[in-house]
Design a protein around this ligand. Structure first.
Ligand SMILES: C[S@@+](CC[C@H](N)C(=O)[O-])C[C@H]1O[C@@H](n2cnc3c(N)ncnc32)[C@H](O)[C@@H]1O
Length: 278
């Protein structure tokens, strides 16, 4: 259980899905506020790419904010494992209220449609929004997504780079950056140098996101010219150098990964049932 009373998921390898400072606080403050979600999009529609949907708390916080602003939220949700999604369906987080119950209902419908052979069906989310669940390795599912699809915001919430580096590598972050419309923003809890340098190498401007609870700062990224809270100049120069070296090396990581989505939930795969704190 976390400070704000919400649950934290931990997989059998001990990789946590959420900050101990509070999963729900992080969803609202780090992700929704971090990208300025309700200021994004146009025509009353905000398109969100949710990387590592897990328990769906970040999507719930996005829905809560969009509902309050009377905006339509269109989510593309990338998740490798069924287990955290099924857990959310079984036990929506009380601290996240109606928004998480709506996400749980949408995930239940999307999972049922997957089983009926409709793997990327769009399902309703709350009163006016929608969710498209792409189950499988995000490197494959994002590569396979309609090439014209673009988003206004990205929540980048995989496991920590030290535990599971593939979604922090340049090859995947390039795929993500290509999907971002010019006004789009990306938020992540991670402030490590290597992922930030990979974001720079992917062509994004990188800034800092303030602390949430006891967690250290996070990262916000956007296309050039955005009004982001700047990094200290020395760090910014270091990131530029690392990004240049990364591009010169040609070693961009494993992505695009499997072209065909791997079978979710193979034994020992990421996101297996929560082991504690729920
Ligand atoms: C920190 S948890 C995400 C928590 C979630 N955003 C929420 O709001 O509840 C990380 C998630 O990333 C998923 N993940 C890890 N590697 C992945 C991959 N290659 N493709 C898609 N999802 C992946 C894990 O299964 C896990 O559910």
């Amino acid at each position: 259980m976390t400070e704000d009373g919400s649950a934290t998921l931990v997989d059998p390898e001990g990789r946590t899905c959420h900050s101990l400072a509070g999963a729900w606080s992080q969803a609202r403050e780090r992700y929704v506020a971090g990208v300025g979600l309700t200021d994004r999009g146009s025509g009353g529609v905000v398109r969100l790419l949710d990387v590592g949907t897990g328990f769906g708390l970040n999507v719930a916080a996005a829905l809560e904010a969009c509902d309050a602003a009377r905006l339509t939220l269109e989510v593309v949700a990338l998740e490798a494992a069924r287990a955290p999604l099924e857990f959310a369906v079984r036990a929506p987080e009380p601290a996240a209220g109606e928004a998480h119950r709506a996400v749980a209902a949408a995930l239940a419908e999307a999972l049922a449609l997957q089983e009926q052979g409709a793997p990327d069906a769009v399902v309703g989310l709350g009163e006016r929004s929608s969710l498209r669940l792409l189950l499988g390795d995000a490197r494959a599912t994002l590569s396979a997504l309609d090439p014209a699809w673009r988003c206004d915001a990205v929540f980048l919430d995989p496991f920590a780079p030290a535990d599971d580096p593939v979604l922090w590598e340049l090859a995947f972050l390039r795929l993500v950056a290509e999907r971002m419309d010019p006004g789009a923003r990306l938020a992540t809890y991670c402030a490590a140098v290597a992922p930030r340098a990979a974001l720079v190498a992917a062509g994004l401007q990188v800034g800092r996101l303030g602390r949430v609870g006891h967690k250290s700062e996070g990262t916000v990224a956007a296309r050039g010219g955005a009004d982001l809270e700047p990094l200290p100049p020395r760090l910014a120069r270091r990131l530029e150098r690392r990004a240049a070296a990364l591009l010169a090396s040609g070693e961009f990581g494993d992505s695009p990964g499997p072209r065909v989505a791997e079978q979710p939930d193979a034994p020992g795969s990421v996101g297996s049932p929560p082991a504690q704190g729920v």
